[in-house]
Design a protein around this ligand. Structure first.
Ligand SMILES: *Cc1c(COP(=O)(O)O)cnc(C)c1O
Length: 368
């Protein structure tokens, strides 16, 4: 927390705005609009509900197909299933670890050949790293398929100076406890399309028609953000840039001190078009170049020091619950899952934390 969050929350208590609407919600949406340069934002109760609503907005229904990367967190995919639609998994490319444009194009062509054009695409910017947006958007535009950007991990990241989440038709943000800023739990949809955001807000508040009594002509959801939580969000927006600077400093620290070890590589911005918030610093460990030291050796060495580090996301096409859905692959995500590690990356790490982590990693790499 930055410090001012509690004041906004207190304001909500003092004025008795304890509801899924109110001045904090309105202002938090304005803050998000200003920060991302999206014209409209709708604050919601999670990133997952934002993805779900975006799919509803795109008209995704039972039997439809939605293209999504295999290399992501399951929350990207679950809402596709909520809609009774079929996820079509596409593997990653090696530069940004995000959806591979070539495989993406092959997947669209093949689905069309099989008789069904995908209804929407969810493009994920994993670990804050922008996907290959130029290529992906070109292909999506060519086939006239709307793009939902899952920027849940990428608030503050940009591509060619534009905030992630604003390049597709709709963008998804998350303020869950583990993200770059947090409201404890929360999310948002952003878009330049006023109608889409208006309708999202409408459906997120139980689709209540404009009438003095309770009248409904659509199925709604209870997905709005509470005014308490939005108060935390307002305070967090004041420290977002600071968090990004701290996360990027974590990356620089690790890179500076671990680059000397051959076989350890970093997820890096391919060129100056890409700006990552560096939500998490991620490495890959190639045992052929480290004298046989694996990512797991490093993870366990850290664990022995009571330091938690996690493998990268396990690809969706390998998940028991999703393994039977179509998958267009090249084994890149499988390899990343095998050799990749997320290093401790909190915005609140101090020098002592960092040197303790470094010592543990060094110890494990130098052992053999
Ligand atoms: C966190 C996350 C989500 C879901 O956001 P919640 O606010 O936790 O529901 C979706 N996609 C990705 C890639 C995420 O990391």
């Amino acid at each position: 927390m930055g410090g001012s969050e509690i004041n906004y929350v207190k304001e909500a208590f003092d004025t008795n705005w304890i509801a899924p609407l109110g001045p904090n919600v309105d202002q938090f949406e304005k803050d998000l609009e200003k920060y991302t340069s999206a014209r409209y934002a709708a604050a919601l109760n999670s990133g997952t509900s934002a993805i779900h609503l975006a799919l509803v907005m795109m008209g995704v229904k039972r039997g439809d197909e939605v293209i999504a990367p295999s290399f992501t967190f399951s929350a990207t995919i679950n809402p596709i299933i909520y809609q009774g639609a079929t996820p079509i998994f596409v593997d990653s490319e090696e530069d940004t670890w995000n959806m591979c444009p070539d495989l993406f194009k092959n997947a669209i062509k093949d689905r069309i050949k099989k008789g069904k054009k995908p209804k929407a695409i969810i493009l994920v910017h994993l670990y804050g790293m922008p996907a290959k947006l130029d290529q992906i958007l070109d292909i999506a535009n060519y086939y006239d398929i709307p793009v939902i950007e899952d920027a849940a991990e990428a608030l503050g990241s940009s591509f060619k100076g534009k905030s992630l989440g604003t390049l597709g038709l709709m963008g998804v943000l998350s303020f869950n406890g583990n993200k770059i800023i947090t409201t404890s739990g929360g999310g948002a949809l952003i878009s330049d399309n006023e109608e889409l955001i208006k309708r999202s807000r409408f459906l997120a508040t139980q689709a209540r028609d404009d009438a003095p009594h309770y009248q409904h002509s659509k199925i709604g959801y209870n997905y709005r953000m509470s005014n308490i939580v939005a108060g935390i969000g307002r305070g967090q927006m004041e420290v977002l840039d600071k968090h990004i600077a701290l996360r990027r400093a974590n990356f620089e620290f690790y890179k500076k001190h671990l680059s000397e070890f051959s076989g350890i590589s970093f997820l890096e911005e391919p060129n100056s078009d890409y700006f990552s918030n560096r939500w998490l610093t991620c490495i890959t460990v190639d045992p052929e170049q480290t004298n046989g030291i694996t990512r797991e050796d490093i993870r366990l060495a850290l664990e022995a020091e009571n330091i938690e580090a996690r493998p990268l996301w396990k690809p969706m096409h390998l998940q028991p619950v999703f393994k039977d859905y179509p998958y267009y692959g090249n084994a890149v995500s499988e390899k990343l899952f095998e050799i990749g590690l997320c290093l401790p990356s909190g915005s609140n790490m101090c020098d002592e934390d960092r040197s303790r982590i470094l010592q543990a990693i060094r110890g494990s790499v130098e052992k053999k």
